[in-house]
Design a protein around this ligand. Structure first.
Ligand SMILES: NC(=O)c1ccc[n+]([C@@H]2O[C@H](COP(=O)([O-])OP(=O)(O)OC[C@H]3O[C@@H](n4cnc5c(N)ncnc54)[C@H](OP(=O)(O)O)[C@@H]3O)[C@@H](O)[C@H]2O)c1
Length: 383
C-alpha cells in the first residue's frame, strides 16, 4: 500500500525525481511507455544506471509498469492494474507533452496534457489513488503581466502557445476532481540542466535557441581579425530588459521531493520559480560568448520581416515555435515555496551557470544517449 506512482519518469524532471525520491527511501512505481527500440524496463534501467555511475553506488530500483497515459486504463495489463490498486495510494502526475505547436485539438500537446490527464484521473479514481501531486507550469499564467500568485489559475488570460493553455485545462480538471483527498500542485518555471554539472537529458527552450545560434553563427562567414564572428547585422526581437525565469532541474526535483516527503506541506500550490529572474541581455551575452560572436543588436518587435537580414530570416523562422520566448515574464510570487522549504533557496542562474550548462549540452552534441542495457541483464521485477 505504500508505493508512490510517478508518470513521466523518463523525462528531464522525472529522472531527477526518480533519483531523489528513491534515495530518500521512498518506494516508487513508474508508469513508462516503450520507445521505438526499447521496452519500459530497459528504458528505466538505462536511466537508473546513469545515476549509479554518477553517484558511485547502486540506488534502489522502482517498480516498472508499462503504460501510456493516452490509452484507456493507461494501457496497463490487468495484472499491473491490480498491483497498482493494491499498492499505490498516491501519484505524481508529471508526464506531459512539451510541444509548443499544435496541428489541432486531437494532436499534441492537447492529447497528452488534457486527454492524458483525464485518463490518469479516471484511472486513479478507479484504483483508489486519492493523494495527487500534479506537475503544472508557472506559465499557466500565459501572457499575464504583473505579480502572479500561487492561488491564481484561470484569470481569463491569453496564452503564448497551446502548451500553456493545455496545462491550464489539465490543472482545472485535476482541481475539479472530487475523489482527490489531497492535491498538491507544482508549477516550475523554465527548467534547465543541473546547477552544478550542467547535466540535462533534453534540449528544449534555452538549449534549442543556443543550438540554433551556434548553427547560424558558424555559417556566418565574416570573421573579425580577433577570430570572433561579426554578428553586427543580427538583431533580436528584444530590448534586453525582458525578464526570464529559469530554474535548475536539481533544485526543482529536490524541492518537490522534500514537499512530497512531508505531509504537513501537502494541499498547497507551489511556484517553483527563481527569486531573481535573468534578463534577455544576459541571455544574449551568454549566447554570444558561447557562439564566439560579437555585435548582436536588439530590435523592436514591430520590425518588419522584409527589413530582416538573411541570417535573421533563418533565425526567426526556426524560432517561430519560441515566439513568446523574448517577451517579458511576469513576476511569480513564490511565498508558499519559500515558506515550505526555506532552507532550499533556488540557486541563482547566473552567467557562469548558463555557460556551464551550455558547455555540457555542446559536449553531448545536444543529444543525450543512455548507456546500453541488454535485456538479459535486467533483474527480475520485485513486486
Ligand atoms: N521543461 C520545462 O521547462 C518545464 C517547465 C515547467 C513545467 N514543466 C512540466 O514538468 C513536467 C516534466 O517536464 P520535463 O521537462 O521533464 O519533460 P520531458 O523531459 O519532455 O519529459 C516528459 C515525460 O512525459 C512522458 N510522457 C509524455 N507523453 C506520455 C504518454 N502518452 N504516456 C506516458 N508518458 C508520457 C515522456 O515519456 P517518453 O520518454 O516516453 O516520451 C517523458 O517521460 C511536465 O508536466 C511539464 O509540463 C516543464
Amino acid at each position: 500500500m505504500d508505493h508512490l506512482l510517478l508518470t513521466g519518469a523518463t523525462g528531464l524532471l522525472g529522472r531527477y525525481l526518480m533519483k531523489d525520491l528513491l534515495t530518500s527511501g521512498k518506494k516508487l512505481a513508474v508508469l513508462v511507455r516503450p520507445s521505438r527500440k526499447f521496452d519500459a524496463e530497459t528504458r528505466v534501467e538505462a536511466a537508473m544506471r546513469v545515476w549509479d555511475d554518477l553517484l558511485g553506488y547502486e540506488i534502489p530500483r522502482p517498480v516498472v509498469l508499462t503504460g501510456d497515459i493516452n490509452k484507456p486504463d493507461l494501457g496497463m495489463s490487468s495484472n499491473d492494474i491490480k498491483w497498482t490498486a493494491e499498492n499505490c495510494r498516491s501519484i505524481i502526475h508529471n508526464a506531459a507533452s512539451l510541444s509548443f505547436v499544435s496541428t489541432g485539438r486531437d494532436s499534441e500537446p492537447w492529447r497528452s496534457n488534457v486527454d492524458g490527464t483525464s485518463n490518469v484521473l479516471e484511472f486513479c479514481q478507479q484504483a483508489g489513488i486519492n493523494e495527487f501531486f500534479h506537475v503544472s507550469t508557472a506559465y499557466v499564467a500565459g501572457l499575464r503581466q504583473g505579480r502572479i500568485y500561487e492561488t491564481e489559475l484561470n484569470e481569463g488570460q491569453e496564452f503564448g502557445n497551446p502548451y500553456e493553455e493545455s496545462k491550464v485545462m489539465a490543472e482545472e480538471m485535476v482541481r475539479g476532481s472530487s475523489f482527490i483527498d489531497s492535491l498538491t500542485v507544482f508549477r516550475p518555471a523554465i527548467i534547465l540542466g543541473d546547477s552544478q554539472t550542467g547535466l540535462t537529458f533534453t534540449y528544449h527552450n534555452f538549449y534549442a535557441v543556443l543550438q540554433l545560434s551556434l548553427t547560424i553563427g558558424h555559417s556566418m562567414a565574416e570573421r573579425h581579425f580577433s577570430g570572433k564572428i561579426n554578428a553586427t547585422d543580427f538583431r533580436l526581437n528584444a530590448t534586453g530588459s525582458e525578464r526570464k525565469n529559469f530554474v535548475p532541474v536539481d533544485w526543482v526535483s529536490e524541492a518537490m521531493s522534500e514537499i512530497v516527503n512531508d505531509s504537513s506541506l501537502h494541499d498547497q500550490t507551489y511556484h517553483l520559480t527563481p527569486r531573481v529572474p535573468i534578463t534577455t541581455r544576459l541571455l544574449k551575452d551568454v549566447m554570444e560568448e558561447v557562439v564566439g560572436s560579437y555585435g548582436v543588436g536588439i530590435a523592436s518587435s514591430t520590425q518588419k520581416v522584409s527589413e530582416r537580414t538573411e541570417f535573421e530570416e533563418v533565425f526567426f523562422k526556426h524560432m517561430e515555435v519560441y515566439e513568446s520566448y523574448w517577451k517579458d515574464d511576469p513576476e511569480f510570487d513564490s511565498s508558499n515555496t519559500q515558506n515550505a522549504v526555506p532552507h532550499l533557496p533556488c540557486p541563482h542562474v547566473d552567467r557562469d551557470m548558463l555557460i556551464r550548462m551550455s558547455a555540457a549540452a555542446m559536449e553531448k552534441g545536444f543529444n543525450w544517449r543512455d548507456p546500453k542495457v541488454k535485456k538479459a541483464d535486467l533483474a527480475p521485477v520485485q513486486v
